[in-house]
Unconditional design. Structure first.
Length: 103
């Protein structure tokens, strides 16, 4: 949240309503984790159907899903840092953010 970019050592005591909201948030995060596990399992099952094919169709040959090759070009920062450590250092910057953790 950009409104409060830096944390202080201040402690805030919340009321029952806010505590309930935090508990509800915690439950939603747990549900999301469980759904993500289910998603990964179902995805693996679907990918097994493909074999080396790139398209899955239904009985009337309507496409249902594709799994095609895709290429990405990315910058290899680790390799660059090994070959050009001074340049890498000169163009590296550190940023600071705040992270929400439920305890």
């Amino acid at each position: 949240m950009k409104a409060y970019p830096r944390a202080t050592e201040r402690v805030v005591c919340v009321g029952d309503e806010e505590e309930s909201e935090i508990q509800a948030f915690r439950q939603i995060k747990c549900q999301i984790k469980e759904l993500e596990k289910q998603e990964e399992s179902m995805k693996a099952q679907i990918l097994r159907l493909f074999g080396d094919a790139s398209v899955l169709v239904d009985r009337s040959h309507t496409p249902l899903a594709t799994w095609k090759n895709k290429s990405l070009t990315r910058f290899d920062k680790t390799g660059f840092a090994k070959e050009h450590p001074a340049l890498c250092e000169a163009f590296t910057k550190t940023t600071s953010t705040r992270e929400l953790r439920l305890i």
